[in-house]
Design a protein around this ligand. Structure first.
Ligand code: GLN
Length: 323
């Protein structure tokens, strides 16, 4: 990484201005409530591992987290049932398919990875709790630990997805057929739809990213969001599968673990350094915010953030690399 927080701010300001007029992409409409999003909304937030925040644009606009919650659910499932069970039920290979594909891995007969819907629904099934209310509260408190603020479920988006989520219902039934769900599918789906409908803003999403960059410790609250041992599991899956069918290109161009959601939120993690989030509802390939992909690509390029071009020690911005 090259540059101070001041340089980052200046570049982010420039990129916000540059891409404000970029109009590619289409707002998601298969969940009818999401189609109401304003395509002009555009925010970029950066939170570093000292908890310093820089935001520009529509950073207090709330939106639903959608699949950008999957790394958090992954961490929670790892804590609740342990890595062996998670790895036994869900694969670790990028599928190259869209997030909502109704398919299982040939070899394992389980979801290809924890980021596609089938894998995410399977993870949701692993969340422990006496009853559905307790399981929702486990999920909500986890997201709050990462985001550092109190959050809630957007009931309109939740009802809209519940009403029209036939494809996810098909995925859940498919999982039942292979013995991969342990709870009743309607219950699992209900929690899945609620977790996708948790609403937050761009800076809260960047705080999620910064927490992942800071070994699970939220840099703004000092609260541990997830056991540090699981960071490598979470981040490597984000790196190999987080952007669905554009993950390979993303890894090549941007070189950072990242996660998109069809609500228009996208976050990337610069381990040991900072988290960045972009909010802009029009989506491009892979169901990722079109502006967000452009911004992060240029940000990574200009700040030299690509993990494969980093020298060991580059990401400790507060201390000089070891001699
Ligand atoms: N709730 C959405 C769905 O299941 C999440 C998809 C996404 O954000 N990629 O279809």
């Amino acid at each position: 990484m090259t540059g101070s927080f001041e340089d980052i701010k200046e570049l982010v300001r420039e990129l916000h201005q540059k891409y404000a007029s970029f109009t590619e992409g289409t707002v998601a409409s298969y969940i009818p409530e999401l189609a109401k999003a304003n395509p002009n909304h555009f925010g970029i937030s950066v939170v570093d591992i000292d908890g310093e925040v820089f935001e520009i644009g529509d950073c207090s606009q709330k939106f639903t987290i959608q699949s950008a919650i999957n790394p958090i659910i992954h961490g929670l499932a790892l804590e609740h049932v342990g890595p062996d069970t998670v790895e036994h039920r869900i694969g670790l290979e990028p599928s190259g398919n869209p997030f909502n594909s109704i398919s299982l891995a040939e070899r394992t007969r389980g979801p290809e990875n924890p980021m596609i819907n089938a894998g995410a629904i399977c993870l949701t099934d692993m969340i422990r709790g006496e009853n559905p209310t307790q399981r929702l509260s486990e999920v909500l408190s986890a997201v709050e630990r990462y985001a550092g603020e109190e959050l809630g479920v957007d009931m309109l988006v939740y009802s809209s997805e519940k009403l029209t989520g036939h494809r996810n219902r098909a995925i859940a039934e498919f999982l039942v057929n292979f013995g991969l769900l342990h709870n009743p599918p309607e219950q699992v789906l209900d929690l899945y739809f609620q977790q996708c409908s948790i609403s937050l803003n761009c800076t809260q999403l960047a705080t999620v990213a910064a927490t992942l960059a800071n070994r699970g410790l939220n840099p703004r609250t000092g609260i541990l969001a997830v056991a540090p041992d699981y960071l490598r599991h979470i981040l490597s899956v984000m790196f190999s599968c987080g952007m669905y069918e554009i993950t390979g290109q993303w890894a090549y161009d941007v070189g950072l673990p990242a996660k998109s959601g069809i609500g228009g939120g996208l976050f990337a993690v610069v381990p040991g350094c900072m988290g960045v989030a972009v909010y802009s509802p029009p989506l491009g390939r892979g169901g990722a915010t079109a502006r967000g992909v452009k911004v992060l690509r240029e940000l990574s390029d200009r700040l030299n953030l690509h993990l494969m071009s980093a020298r060991h020690g580059d990401f400790h911005r507060n201390s000089d690399p070891e001699p």
